[in-house]
Design a protein. Structure first.
Length: 126
């Protein structure tokens, strides 16, 4: 391995570790950010065609949310800490957008299909 790469890899590992949540409060904050990002993407949807165009980005965000939920659950089991109860603003915003999208012709089925893989992974872990 080249000297530069040997120097870079430990720094990268440290940076990645430092950026990952370590408490349920941090997981909650990260989840709020993902929920806001999903809601923001959904504001761009006014037809099934719009939703299909955003499908890859939304699928990725739903997957990130599930990954975060799984990691938060593991953190909670390790620390025996109660779930952090913070603001529900992002959750409410996402809920409003999802309800709006469900009312658009053809979007309910499309959105459910986008969420299916992530929800299936979540079901396997509960």
């Amino acid at each position: 391995m080249k000297p530069r790469v040997q120097f870079f890899l430990p720094l990268l590992a440290t940076a990645l570790t430092a950026c990952s949540p370590t408490s349920l409060e941090e997981y909650h904050y990260e989840g709020e950010n993902i929920a806001k990002e999903i809601a923001l993407e959904l504001t761009k949807v006014h037809s099934e065609k719009d939703l299909l165009r955003l499908a890859p980005k939304l699928k990725k965000k739903f997957s990130l949310m599930v990954d975060l939920m799984v990691a938060a659950r593991k953190c909670q089991k390790r620390s025996e800490e109660d779930f952090y109860h913070g603001s529900e603003e992002a959750s409410d915003l996402l809920k409003e957008e999802l309800i709006r999208i469900y009312e658009i012709d053809g979007c309910q089925e499309t959105l459910e299909e986008m969420q299916r893989e992530a929800l299936h992974r979540l079901d396997l872990l509960t």
